[in-house]
Design a binder for this molecule. Structure first.
Ligand code: KIV
Length: 278
């Protein structure tokens, strides 16, 4: 390969082909600097509608709009050079009809450059998933706990215990049959996750669904300790950046009040220094 050969971007069929292989790594990102940080380490980067809660202080993802997704999607795309982007269709942008879903999915892809979308819902969204995939929109499905339905689910509960298990399995099979290239399982019990992962030919990506999935996803601000409003059981904190930031900001505030910042190294002289003759 010559130095000028362009690198082919990772596309949904490449992700699908990773079924059963080395686990797929996925994190969310919402901005260019965060995308640059996660890009070298991830197979996929999710511009999740979790950005409504994490960045915009909304009480749930229900208030997230297409404009917010496009703004953050564009920002993330500027920071990616290796990992494949997946962008969430926000609540209200796809549930009404397959046609509405296509219009908004096409807009997200065209205006951000992301090569795939994610939508929440199982068997009842199968017709929409088939409609989109037949028209050039790669779809990642999302079942189990679907946070956009928090108001009908009555909270962020585990989905798929006892009698619910058969429905979650049916949802997974319906999404696969409709053409989804991968499927997120959120807050699904681990035994059921194992069965779904074994039954499907597409990769399962877990969040709170145990280690048997074909990949894992976490919200970046959760795993870095930047979002601390609440902490789901499935989140592992790999760093405590929120605490580090708090300490740094407190030090800055103290130094400003004590006139210790800025120091001599941060200021500009009134006259240019005279250059030494050689
Ligand atoms: O919006 C999001 O970040 C998500 C993940 C939690 C899977 O959908």
């Amino acid at each position: 390969m010559s130095a000028t050969t362009p690198v082919r971007p990772v596309l949904p069929p490449d992700i699908k082909a990773r079924k059963g292989g080395q686990p797929l790594v996925m994190l969310t990102a919402y901005t260019t600097p965060m995308a640059r940080l996660v890009d070298p380490h991830c197979d996929m980067v999710l511009v999740g509608d979790s950005l409504g809660m994490v960045l915009h202080g909304l009480p749930s993802t229900v208030g997230v709009t297409m404009e917010m997704m496009i703004l953050h999607g564009r920002s993330v795309m500027r920071g990616l050079s290796k990992a494949m982007a997946v962008i969430d269709l926000p609540f209200g942008s796809y549930e009404e009809s397959p046609q509405q879903a296509f219009r908004n999915a096409a807009r997200l892809m065209a205006e951000t450059g992301a090569p795939s979308v994610k939508l929440e819902g199982g068997a009842h969204m199968a017709e929409t998933i088939a409609f989109l995939t037949a028209r050039g929109v790669p779809v990642m499905a999302h079942i189990g706990l679907t946070p956009q339905s928090v108001n009908t689910l009555g909270g962020y509960k585990v989905v798929g215990r006892d009698d619910e298990a058969a429905k979650v399995m049916a949802d997974a099979r319906a999404c696969e049959a409709a053409g989804a290239f991968a499927i997120v399982l959120e807050k699904v019990p681990q035994g059921l996750t194992r069965k779904i992962t074994a039954a499907l030919s597409i990769p399962t990506i877990g969040i709170g669904a145990g280690a048997d999935c074909d990949g894992q996803v976490l919200v970046i601000d959760d795993m870095l300790g930047l979002f601390t409003d609440f902490r789901p059981k499935f989140v592992k904190r790999y760093a405590e950046l929120g605490k580090l930031a708090d300490a740094a900001i407190a030090t800055y505030a103290g130094e400003v009040r004590a006139r210790a910042f800025p120091g001599p190294e941060h200021v500009f002289a009134d006259v240019l220094p005279v250059k030494a003759k050689s």
